[in-house]
Ligand binder design. Structure first.
Ligand SMILES: [Zn+2]
Length: 718
């Protein structure tokens, strides 16, 4: 799983794999002479050069082929086989490696059925139709799981269908404004724009009996370009599986929020009936389908025409549906889900730090896939294994990192960030000293590098990409800036420098950084190389698709291995932690200003934002003083480093966010109604959005206190 992003067209790079083989490779970037966090970078520069020479495109391609040989959904024997493979590679590189099991509640589908009838009783469709295209080598494997939603309810319901566009809050509000009552109805909504669990959550709140989720060709199908196998976009029968868990409440095993689901955790310590009427998880049925199956339903829906922006790319006019009369379409859904406590396997490999063994640099990627998962997540695993290969080569030469490096291969991410969340919950105390978490999930779907990070690590990520060569010539950073600027010219081998910085995104949710950052306050980053990717969570996200569309020569797997490994190396060996709290304070100030303006626009002008603004100002002052200490990189470094590390933890409020106490970060959370994208200063913003001035005032105090804790943490460096 990862955030569903809108993707810029990348036609300009399409010829590159051919031209590359004809050219000599671009010269490697010249090593940096001074790097923030290092008193003298010359020794480290040599080490980085050695590291960068190791990750191999050929070997990354080999890992990818092996990892995607079979479907490997979490808790299956094939998933265990991939754990063994990763553990073997970790051990071969010299990592102290363990396969760590957890016992967690997961559903697997027994029966999934969808039928639709018009008002006269004529059958319009019966499905789901098997995913099939001409020539895909993996589609007929009997271990391909039928399309289903993780955390779906079970049941057998029949009702009239109503079209709800993307199933966003504003879409449901629009239906309500048109007096369309969803009680006892079945919602049909298209994928995109928000997390699928939010669509189901909103439908359930409004009384719907079930949800059909489909992929409209407008969003990732023929409207975007040629469909697989002609091109990279979603074919007619392609289905997006995925979890509908209410992740915006908490991630991980639904039965154990805040507690690790170790094998010896007794059942009595697990929540009861989480999928029941009083549970925190979906109660209604939700089934994902292709547009092949959705089309006859949508075409038969009559009633009001759709509002502006709701029309998809199927070749007929869309309507909202009638709840009675000749335009009513009755849909019959059957979902039998086998909920069991199942064993999953994280793989954890450690390299003990020579100077600060208790300070961990954690690197992670999930390993489980809905089916073959060539892009999601095996491109990440193949890249991470080559990062490990590179670091192993340094270990062989006698090098040891100053801080402990921990590589993690997570399981059951797709079901709700389960493997990472349980591990974080188990090790929360030790992770109090973890200096950073570097995530990768969809490492490679194309050539377009992007990154998200906490503000303190945004410049750090840019710095790392300045040291890594791009397959397109120059550095990853230079190419990133070019695509960012939307340059329509073919990229030159040595792009001209510009003063404009590329923007690094904010961390919302949808991948394994969530428990690290938003539950316990470990500074995090997430990186990927995006492209036209229409086979997300379908059978067709396989090795054949990958080598045809994403990265035929595995050069981007190599690139991502270098970026990820260099993040770990640079952080693990830094004299002073290279966190930039001046930028962090400035961004928080901007968040407060924006929230204030929103509150005024919403008629909540009486709310007093001044104390929070003043607290952000105090933090900025403290951050500037600390930054001069960091630049000097002398004095009491352990104290300075501890202060820098504790500043992020200071943003954690023990009570958590209103109505979702598992989320405790006062600056970032996944949006309650978006799920993937970040909501900033969430306590305040969500209270303003809910027009609740008392709650907003209380959350402004919580924020002010967190900022003052951060200021005290920074001041403790002096
Ligand atoms: Zn993923």
């Amino acid at each position: 799983m990862t955030a569903f992003k809108s993707i810029a067209p990348l036609f300009l790079f399409a010829i590159l794999p051919f031209s590359l083989s004809a050219q000599s490779p671009a010269p490697p970037p010249s090593p940096a002479t001074s790097v923030f966090g290092y008193a003298d970078f010359s020794t480290q520069a040599k080490l980085e050069e050695k590291f960068l020479s190791v990750p191999s495109a050929r070997l990354a391609g080999q890992h990818l082929k092996i990892l995607t040989a079979e479907p490997h959904m979490a808790a299956t024997p094939e998933d265990h086989k991939t754990a063994e493979y990763v553990a073997q590679k970790f051990r071969a590189a010299g990592l102290d490696t363990q396969i760590v099991p957890y016992r967690v509640l997961l559903n697997q589908p027994k029966v999934v059925r969808v039928e639709a009838y018009d008002a006269s009783g004529k059958q319009l469709m019966s499905g789901p139709t098997r995913e099939h295209v001409d020539g895909d080598p993996g589609q007929d494997n009997p271990r391909v799981v039928m399309p289903f939603n993780g955390s779906s309810g079970s049941g057998d319901v029949t009702a009239e269908a109503v079209y709800a566009n993307y199933g966003r809050l504003e879409d449901f509000n629009q239906l309500a404004a048109q007096h369309i009552d969803l009680h006892g109805k079945i919602v049909i909504a298209r994928y995109g724009s928000n997390f699928r669990g939010v669509k189901v959550y909103l439908a359930e709140q409004r009384g719907a009996l079930g949800v059909l989720l489909y992929s409209d060709p407008q969003d990732d199908g023929y409207y975007k370009g040629d469909a697989y196998p002609m091109g990279p976009w979603r074919p007619e029968t392609g289905v997006q599986r995925g979890s509908v868990q209410y992740l915006f409440k908490y991630s991980g095993d639904p039965e154990t929020p805040g507690v690790a689901s170790t094998l010896d955790l007794p059942d009595s310590a697990r929540l009861k009936n989480v999928t029941g009427p009083n549970g925190d998880q979906p109660k209604i049925i939700s089934i994902p389908i292709s547009y092949h199956d959705a089309s006859p339903i949508l075409q038969a829906l009559k009633g009001p025409g759709v509002p502006q922006g709701w029309q998809g790319a199927l070749p007929f006019r869309y309507h909202l549906g009638q709840t009675s009369g000749p335009g009513a379409v009755r849909v019959h859904l059957v979902s039998v889900q086998d909920y069991q406590r199942r064993i999953i396997w994280d793989v954890i490999g450690k390299i003990k730090g020579s100077q600060y063994p208790d300070d961990w640099v954690v690197v992670g990627n999930h390993r489980d896939a809905w089916v073959y998962g060539a892009v999601d997540p095996s491109s990440g695993t193949a890249s991470m294994l080559e990062s490990v290969h590179g670091i192993g080569a340094l270990l062989e030469q006698g090098w040891r990192p100053k801080r402990t490096i921990v590589f993690c291969s997570w399981d059951a991410e797709e079901q709700g960030l389960v493997g990472s969340t349980e591990w974080v919950e188990q090790h929360a105390q030790e992770l109090d000293r973890a200096v950073a978490y570097f995530n990768v999930d969809i490492a490679v779907a194309g050539t377009d590098f992007s990154a998200s990070a906490v503000p303190s690590l945004k410049e750090f990520v840019r710095g790392v990409t300045r040291a890594v060569p791009s397959p397109l010539g120059g550095t990853v950073y230079q190419q990133w800036r070019l695509t960012h600027a939307g340059d329509s010219e073919p990229p030159a081998a040595n792009p001209k420098p510009s003063t404009e910085e590329v923007s690094v995104g904010d961390l919302g949710s949808g991948s394994d950084f969530t428990p690290f950052l938003q539950h316990i306050g470990v500074p995090s980053t997430d990186i990927s190389s995006d492209g036209p990717y229409g086979v997300y969570h379908s059978t067709f996200d396989d090795y054949a698709w990958f080598t045809m569309n994403a990265d035929p020569h595995f050069l981007y797997l190599q690139q991502m291995a270098r970026v990820l490994g260099l993040e770990a190396l640079r952080m693990a060996d830094a004299d002073v932690l290279p966190f930039d709290y001046v930028t962090y304070a400035r961004e928080i100030s901007a968040y407060i200003d924006a929230a204030k303006k929103k509150a005024q626009d919403a008629g909540l002008g009486a709310l007093d934002f001044a104390p929070a603004q003043a607290a952000a100002g105090r933090m900025a002052n403290a951050a500037r003083k600390v930054q001069s200490l960091q630049s000097a990189a002398n004095g009491n470094l352990p104290r300075l480093n501890l202060a820098l590390r504790q500043t992020e933890t200071a943003f954690i409020a023990d009570a958590g966010l209103p109505n979702r106490p598992w989320y405790r970060h006062t600056i970032y959370a996944p949006g309650e109604f978006t799920g993937y994208s970040a909501v900033v200063i969430p306590g305040v913003n969500e209270a303003v959005d809910a027009h609740n001035p008392d709650l907003a005032a209380a959350q402004l105090i919580v924020l002010t206190q967190a900022l003052d804790r951060a200021t005290r943490a920074l001041d403790s460096a002096n």
